[in-house]
Design a binder for this molecule. Structure first.
Ligand SMILES: [Zn+2]
Length: 343
């Protein structure tokens, strides 16, 4: 067997060129789409509100169908970048990791929609060109981008869905000093939070991924809240009995452009696909999913000066001083983390 760290160690072989900065547009990925070898089939799957073509990439010949989409929010590009790394990994014909690759390609049919929201990416904004958050449009289908995903659910009929996003860097993993470098969620299919058989599959896969990631990013894995949001696509796919995982890429020390996070994300994708293909995740239980620490909003700072002396009105006292972007917070920050401290 292999460890996640092994193919992360070989990452430079697979890193897709030209995606070093997080701010990318569709023009940045079209050359990579065109350069994909014959193993991959690319197809038009829809059009954005402004008429940009939405593309799908299909690879693999297996019976288990996996749909993955990225950048439904135009300013969340990490997964778009890492799916092209994944394609290079799958296209490699050397013996390195050939067993993993062959298992994935023979047992899975993978359908990737990179950059669901190219109009938003063009403006580097969350919403599409209509100004609508596509991830709050699963019920109405008012956006062509959202309707494209719904069509794919019907026509491709996936068993698994990977809903790939970025979250801001200031989430901590629970009430700790650790950033939520990745957060996962198996979204509830209904208001009761039912654990359907397919949602249980998603939970087990998350438990599997967390187990692998803890060795590399100890305590830096969080769980997205469990609130039921019927307008979101995670909930919508889960309700269609597709085992759906939300994966949020978050902050990592010194990684403003999210290149390290992209590298880890590449590893998560390979691990997730291999676990689905091999069935390795089925041995997990669902309880550890509930034990993953919930994301805490604003749990991280860029810098914290701990127990420092401050003078206000001529009087001196000791406090922690945390700074993030333009905000300064004073007081007891013992349970809060900072990126300078980790560095
Ligand atoms: Zn998002």
């Amino acid at each position: 067997m292999y460890e996640l760290s092994e193919f992360l160690g070989a990452y430079e072989r697979y890193k897709a060129p030209g995606l070093e900065n997080k701010r990318i547009t569709q023009a940045g990925i079209l050359p990579l789409m065109k350069a994909l070898p014959a193993l991959f089939h690319t197809a038009e799957v829809g059009q954005s509100f402004e008429g940009r073509t939405l593309y799908g990439i299909r690879v693999g010949s297996g019976a288990t169908r996996v749909l993955a989409w990225t950048q439904m929010h135009g300013d969340e590009s990490t997964a778009t970048r890492s799916v092209f790394d994944l394609c290079r990994f799958l296209a490699d014909d050397s013996v390195t990791f050939s067993e993993i690759r062959n298992t994935i390609l023979s047992r899975l049919s993978l359908f990737i929609v990179p950059m669901v929201n190219p109009d938003g990416a063009q403006r580097w904004q969350r919403e599409n060109a209509q100004g609508i958050d596509v991830n709050r449009d699963a019920r109405r289908g008012a956006t062509p981008e959202g309707r494209t995903l719904q069509n794919l659910c019907r026509t491709f009929a996936p068993h698994f869905a990977l809903n790939l996003h970025d979250q801001n860097s200031y989430y901590s993993a629970g009430a700790s000093r650790h950033p939520a470098t990745f957060s996962f969620q198996a979204a509830p299919p209904d208001a009761a939070g039912s654990i359907t058989p397919t949602r249980a599959q998603a939970m087990k896969l998350i438990v599997h991924l967390n187990q692998k990631l803890q060795a590399l990013l100890p305590q830096c894995i969080g769980r997205w809240n469990n609130d039921y949001e019927p307008r979101a696509f995670g909930e919508w796919f889960q309700a269609q009995r597709v085992a759906t995982l939300l994966i949020e890429s978050g902050g990592y020390p010194g990684d403003e452009e999210r290149n390290e996070v992209r590298r880890f994300h590449f590893g998560i994708l390979v691990e997730a696909l291999h676990a689905i293909a091999s069935g390795a995740y089925t041995q997990q239980k669902i309880e550890p999913y509930e034990q993953l620490p919930l994301n805490r909003e604003n749990g991280m700072f860029d810098r914290i000066a701990r127990r420092t002396e401050i003078t206000v009105g001529g009087r001196t006292f000791t406090t922690d001083v945390g700074r993030r972007e333009s905000e300064t917070v004073m007081g007891d920050l013992d349970d809060y983390g900072s990126y300078d401290f980790i560095l």
